[in-house]
Structures are given as C-alpha cells and as structure tokens.
Ligand binder design. Structure first.
Ligand code: FES
Length: 102
C-alpha cells in the first residue's frame, strides 16, 4: 500500500499546519487564524497572491489572475508538496510567536 504524506505548510520556515482535508490553502490558513487579503476567492482577482519560497501547489481550475513563477493563489490551490510561503509583507508574529495580521 502507498500512503501519501499530508503536506506541511510553513511560513518563512516555521511549520504552521498540516494540509489534510481542507478545501484550499486559503481556508487552511484562515483556520489557523492567519489572514490573507482576499476578494473573489475564485482565482480571478489576484488579491490573495502569495510568494512561494519552496514547494509546489496544484490548482483544481487554472486561475485567471496573472502569476509570477514564485507566486500562488491560496484561494484556489492546494499544496502538492511541503510548502514554504512568504507572508512577511502581510503578517507578523507577536511575542508568543503567534501569527498576527499587521
Ligand atoms: S481572492 Fe481573488 S484570486 Fe484569490
């Protein structure tokens, strides 16, 4: 039998969640109270665009927003490997190391 390991999602190298049965990456991050600005939540507007440091994502439907090679749209993708995201421009950590929105 061949089991596929659930991808781990990191933020700037810190593990924050195991992507298992969540609908998409945006919902998985929001479940952990990590806010990412979003509007259409459907791959059209590009407002949730996020930089990928390492790892890969897969889209259920090809997004219409234009992306650089190192960017993803969390609202309509899932990690297909362990994934490290760079949210440094949108969030910070408090003294307890919890992620907070700036
Ligand atoms: S929220 Fe519009 S592309 Fe993700």
């Amino acid at each position: 039998m061949n089991f596929k390991k659930a991808p781990i999602v990191y933020l700037q190298g810190k593990p924050v969640l195991l992507f298992d049965k969540q609908a998409n990456l945006l919902e998985a991050l929001e479940d952990k109270e990590i806010d990412i600005f979003s509007e259409c939540r459907n791959g059209f507007c590009g407002s949730c665009k996020t930089k990928v440091i390492s790892g890969t994502v897969e889209y259920t439907n090809e997004p219409l927003a234009v992306l650089e090679e190192d960017e993803c749209l969390p609202c309509c993708c899932s990690p297909s490997s362990d994934l490290d995201l760079d949210l440094t421009s949108d969030i910070d950590t408090n003294v307890l190391g919890e992620y907070i929105k700036k």
